[in-house]
Design a protein around this ligand. Sequence first.
Ligand code: FMN
Length: 168
Amino acid sequence: MDVMNAIKERRAVRAFSDKKIEPEKLEAIMDAGRLAPTARNEQRCKFIAVTDEGLKTELMAASKGLKFVKEAPVVLVACADKDMMLPCGQSAKVIDCTIAMSFMWLEAVEQGIQGCWLGLFDADKVRKILNIPDDYVVPVVMPIGYALADGQPNAKKGKEETFVYDKM
Ligand SMILES: Cc1cc2nc3c(=O)[nH]c(=O)nc-3n(C[C@H](O)[C@H](O)[C@H](O)COP(=O)(O)O)c2cc1C
């Protein structure tokens, strides 16, 4: 699959089949995060693949009870230590984690796996559940697995609404 196909095939999937993710596929997904760019190449992100049923149940509770968090065979968590503000005023570590998770998501799609980006979780609870130190940012949790059904892609704005050349 080329990158654009993976981008087009990707969609937020919130219902997963019972099929486990093969270890070599999961490793390829995690590797895509490892190879992603980071500010100053500091590579402070850690990627946690949660497969333990008890931990997934606790993560579900930390995500307002969203059932697909427990039902997904794997829940990916990206986190990074010692936040650094970039001169543009944004958090480098949050950006690093989100780029990495985006790469992992596309690699997952390449492997036939889908997921759903989650912002609806209590980061303090997730840190406690997974032994993540207090000074780590946890910007994203992503349940992944084989989709239960072929979903339709969400409508996206057209190019004329999203592209401009030169000035806004
Ligand atoms: C930053 C971010 C946070 C999100 N948080 C949630 C969430 O908490 N719960 C959820 O069900 N979906 C969440 N989503 C998924 C979006 O709703 C979904 O990506 C969006 O509707 C577009 O659909 P698509 O991913 O199929 O293109 C989030 C997506 C992003 C990018």
